[in-house]
Structures are given as structure tokens and as C-alpha cells.
Design a binder for this molecule. Structure first.
Ligand SMILES: Nc1ncnc2c1ncn2[C@@H]1O[C@H](COP(=O)(O)OS(=O)(=O)O)[C@@H](OP(=O)(O)O)[C@H]1O
Length: 393
């Protein structure tokens, strides 16, 4: 019986030598066409699917974090920015905060985990210690525009009032920040409090300190107006004596050195207590008169002092005619409309509260002259310490 001879093509993974068994072996490239195409198709499908998943994740995260458009081209991609610690957003031209944003996710446990990983309450590395009524809020608010800075909303009064609470309490008063951000607080009473300089030194001997000062006559008046408001707010209905009656001793006709607003304006006395513990190089004196007319100039000095890049420029400020002060530009409310606003938003402005920038009443010229004369020697010594002269008349 003649066996039917089968011609078999062997699909060997190793190329065979045709001379060994005399069976022709197809070239390797053409031996497995269906299997190769299948693999390629699988790979392509996996890649496409991954891409789609990434895109969905990116858009979803953008929705959660509040994708924000700014004038910069980077924001037109999937650039995410966080609200700052005070809850407001930075203005046009303001660089995106470097903080990794926190999702307003419904997944509370993952939100908490993300918060713990990225955002922490950190102790301040710089403090605005005073002077009260000299522009401390403006200084803190303006430097808070910097993406690498977070600022405490309230005055924590740790070193003067709540020292016994301990440093963990102090930390809890601070806003959340990322590792790359610096935390700054302001408590103007620190400047005049007797215990605070030593306590701050014990806390962090290399901390940076900032003092904003203004013409002591104007500061004294501002302090008086603040006390007057407090007087009426606490239920008093009787009119309060005028400024002149407080600052001049009725018996002697001299300046009343025991009046608290006068004492708080003797900058050199307070500074000297700080200089017992700190070098002048650790202290920046900010010009409270200039911050009113060219805030960006003072911010540039503050940025240099803190070792920050220069980001808080003139473009972030807008002069408000009604208020008579500079306010900061902010983006319009994002809560309405699309989550994905890819064009720059209309800008609005945010000014400091009504209690900042009160109208000062006319001061009797004779009393003003007395005040100028009284403060002059104190100012002179102050200028010697700080190495700068201010034209306070
Ligand atoms: N941009 C801007 N807007 C409003 N107010 C400004 C601004 N820049 C500086 N100032 C001055 O800040 C003064 C209030 O100072 P403080 O913030 O240090 O006051 S406080 O000690 O915290 O109560 C406040 O004092 P008064 O004018 O006497 O009210 C202002 O003169």
C-alpha cells in the first residue's frame, strides 16, 4: 500500500536548516502573520485605552480642583491651581500657587489622605510683629499674593496671650501649606509686648521679623480712632473726648507720655527690646507710607528679604478711588458657569476692610507741632538703628 505522502509545514520557533530534513521552511517573517497582527492590535488597544483613561482622569481632577484660567499659556493645558489659604484666588498675572491643590472631592477619606500627604499646618518662618495701625494687614495681605506664601487669617497672639497653650496650639492656628511654601503670621502687639522678643528667640532664633512703620503722628491718630470705635461698640453712648485731649496733658500742656497710643508710637523703645535678642539683619522695616502709594515697591523688598522670587508686581494692584487705597486684583467668582473656564476671567478687586483706611480728623496745628517735636528725638534714634531715614513731619 502506498502511503499518501503529506507535505507538512512545521512552525518551529527555531528556524530549521532546510538541508537537514529536506522540508522547505518558510521565511520567519512570513511564518506567523496572524499571531503578530493580533499582538500588535492588542498593544495598540492597550495604549489607546490608557490614553483615554488618563484624559478622563485629568479632566475629572480638573473639575474637582477647579481648573482655572489665567493669562498664562500654561493654564490652557491641564494646569491645576489651588485656592489660597484665605480662600481667595490670586489675580490676573499672578502665578499659579505652587501648592498641590486639594480636591473638593466627595471621597472624604481620600481627601483627608491627600491633605495629610501634601498639605500641613506649618509654623511661621517669618512674623510681622508690628506696628499696630501702620499697615500690618496690607503688608500680610499683599505678600500673601505670592504663590510661595501662606498667611494666617487671624492674629494668633501666641507669644503675648496664648503662650501657655504651647507650640502645637500655635501650629494649629496656621493655614495649610505645601513644603515649598512659607508661612507668615502677623500680630502687631508683639512689637510692644515685653515678653515676646525672648519667647520668639527661644522659638526660632533665625526667624525673620518684619516691622511696618508710619509717621508716628498719623499712627497715634489711627490708634485713637480704633479705640474710639471700640468704645462705642462696647455700648458707650457718651461722646468720647477729642484726640487733642488725650495726647496733651491738660495740667502741664505737654504731650501725655502715658497715653497708650503715644507709647506705642515710640518705635525705638520697642525695637531696642528686640535688638537684645535679634540682629538688625534679621529685621526688615517696611515703609508704611510707601505701601499706600507704591505697594509693589515694598513687596519687592519683602520678597528679597524672604528670599522669594519677585512675583507680587504692580500688575496685581488696582487703585480704588472710593477707598483711596490700593486694592488687589482677584478673579471673578468661579462658582457659576463651567468648571472648565479656559479663557481669562474678568477681574474684580478686593480691598481691605472698612476699619483699614479710616478718614482722619483734622488735628489742631499747635498739637500737631507738639507731637512732631515730641517724636523727633525718638524717630532720630530709630533711624540710626535701622539705617534709614523717613521724612515724617
Ligand atoms: N491698601 C490699603 N488699604 C487700606 N489700608 C491701608 C492700605 N495700605 C496701608 N493701609 C493702612 O493700614 C492702616 C491699618 O493698619 P493695620 O492693618 O496695621 O491695623 S491693625 O493694627 O491691624 O488694626 C490704615 O490706617 P488708617 O488709615 O488710619 O485707618 C491704613 O492707613
Amino acid at each position: 500500500m502506498v502511503q499518501k505522502k503529506h507535505t507538512m509545514v512545521r512552525y518551529s520557533p527555531v528556524p530549521s536548516d532546510p538541508s537537514q530534513d529536506g522540508v522547505p521552511v518558510p521565511a520567519r517573517t512570513s511564518r506567523c502573520p496572524k499571531l503578530t497582527r493580533y499582538k500588535v492590535m492588542t498593544c495598540v488597544s492597550v495604549l489607546v485605552l490608557s490614553g483615554v483613561l488618563l484624559l478622563v482622569a485629568c479632566l475629572h481632577t480638573g473639575a474637582l480642583y477647579g481648573l482655572r484660567a489665567s493669562s498664562g499659556p500654561a493654564s490652557r493645558t491641564c494646569a491645576l491651581t489651588a485656592p489660597d489659604q484665605t480662600g481667595h484666588t490670586t489675580g490676573k498675572g499672578s502665578p499659579a500657587p505652587s501648592a498641590v491643590p486639594l480636591p473638593k472631592s466627595s471621597d472624604k477619606s481620600s481627601l483627608a489622605a491627600a491633605r495629610r500627604r501634601v498639605m500641613q499646618r506649618r509654623l511661621p518662618v517669618a512674623i510681622v510683629i508690628g506696628a499696630r495701625k501702620a499697615g500690618t494687614r496690607a503688608l500680610l495681605r499683599f505678600i500673601g499674593l505670592h504663590p510661595d506664601v501662606v498667611t494666617s487669617k487671624r492674629e494668633p497672639h501666641y507669644f503675648d496671650r496664648y503662650y501657655e497653650e504651647g507650640v502645637d496650639w500655635y501650629r494649629r492656628q496656621m493655614p495649610f501649606s505645601t513644603e515649598s511654601q512659607v508661612t507668615i503670621e502677623k500680630t502687631p502687639n508683639y512689637f510692644v509686648d515685653k515678653d515676646t522678643p525672648e519667647r520668639v528667640h527661644l522659638f526660632n532664633s533665625s526667624i525673620k521679623l518684619m516691622i511696618i512703620v508710619r509717621n508716628p503722628v498719623e499712627r497715634t491718630m489711627s490708634d485713637y480712632l480704633q479705640l474710639k470705635e471700640k468704645y462705642f461698640k462696647s455700648g458707650n453712648t457718651e461722646p468720647m473726648a477729642p484726640f487733642e485731649d488725650y495726647v496733651v496733658d491738660a495740667e502741664t500742656g505737654e504731650i501725655n507720655k502715658s497715653y497708650a497710643p503715644i507709647k506705642r508710637s515710640l518705635y525705638v523703645r520697642h525695637l531696642d527690646r528686640w535688638l537684645v535678642h535679634f540682629q538688625m539683619s534679621q529685621i526688615l522695616v517696611v515703609d508704611g507710607e510707601n505701601i499706600k502709594v507704591r505697594p509693589w515697591e515694598e513687596m519687592s523688598r519683602v520678597e528679597s528679604f524672604l528670599g522669594l522670587s519677585h512675583k507680587v508686581g504692580e500688575d496685581l494692584f488696582v487703585y480704588n478711588e472710593t477707598k483711596g487705597f490700593y486694592c488687589v486684583k482677584v478673579e471673578a467668582n468661579m462658582t457659576t458657569g463651567s468648571d472648565f473656564v479656559l479663557d481669562p476671567l474678568p477681574l474684580s478687586e478686593r480691598c481691605l476692610a472698612k476699619s483699614k483706611g479710616r478718614e482722619h480728623p483734622y488735628i489742631d496745628p499747635e498739637v500737631r507741632a507738639k507731637l512732631v517735636q515730641f517724636f523727633a528725638p525718638f524717630n532720630h534714634r530709630f533711624f540710626q538703628r535701622i539705617g534709614v531715614y523717613f521724612d515724617w513731619k
